[in-house]
Design a protein around this ligand. Sequence first.
Ligand SMILES: [Zn+2]
Length: 405
Amino acid sequence: MLKQFTGLLSPKTKNLKLLYSLIRKLGPVRINTLSEITGYKHVTCTRLLDELVQEGLIYDSGIGESSGGRKPLMYVIKPDAYYLIGVEITNLYTTVLLLDLKLDIVDVEKLRMDSQCTGEYTLNFVSRCVDELLSKHNIQREKLLGIGMGVLDPIDKETGVFLNPLLFPAGGWDNLNIVDYLQQYHNSPVFIDNGTNLAALAEYRKNYWKETDNLVFVSSDMGIRCGTILQGRLVRQNMEMDDTLGHMVVDIHGRRCLCGSYGCLQAYSSLPAIRNEVVRRLKRGHNSILQDSVKDTEDTDFHHILNALEQEDPLCLDVLKDAAYYFGVGLSNLILLLRPDIVVCGGTLVPKPLFYEVASETAQNRLLHYPKSQVQIIKSIAAYNIVAQGAGCMVLDFFTEEILP
Ligand SMILES: [Zn+2]
């Protein structure tokens, strides 16, 4: 029945869809609460909920507390009513997740991207995983709701083609419409979005949905990005401009950035910027344990720096603190603009100790002018699969979230 929740809906189907969406968000939830929110009469609510139970979409979780009389029914969605596939394609790994409707990971397959991973090879891997995962877990094909894909590299959303395929270790991505390719093979709906947006979506739906409708997810890796949920909806931006947070200017007289501008956040707080600054200070003769571990300073990479940080190398600590300070300034600008309740810090760098502490303290200090606005800046607890989880979430949202009040 979930598949019927799209397109032109009869009034009754609309009501069923709204109830299902609310139970997904609020569950375990009582009929009285649902009746209050929707304005449906108790008897109407009961009838509609019975129908959702009959369809196998929801059930009584059995955890209702009795206040003397009968235990109230507490509805939750049935996680195995359908399944979702969430995919993330990056130039390092391709991840394929089988997810239930609570976005919990049932199974995972990964492909390390190397010189044999052409576009077609990679998409065939994804296709094969879909088939194998369904059959391994005895899931009928009709129970697959759709396939969601997340990519960190810019893509033309109209044509489904990567704009900068040279970033991948093997060719064959030019003119390859990755959405059409999978859609033809699987005859299921296929959706694509930017990876940072999807990380924001997964964090929001899985961890903060009941708390807030305004959340921002930030990350710093090779580039600096953010994904935004405003009023409960994912803000979908131009996918070509997914790393624009990195080009927010934090010092108009600052370092030159690769984009040609001066003082961009990217030039201070990204992994390449930190690495470049460490190398620059090494060349100037600053003391560091890296002088023993790296022969040629130019060979210093981020793994060396992470190691040195673990050993509390003063040079690397200084560079990291500066990078985090600038990140905090950028973060406060973002918060002043978007006014989220929650900022989730993810990616490789931002949740790291010291970086996170300095960045969040810097941001909070710059918001003291608004003592009543208590934005929470939180480390992401999610591991490496958050983007693919968000990709699966996008599929379920397509069927359930359009008419939430
Ligand atoms: Zn820039």
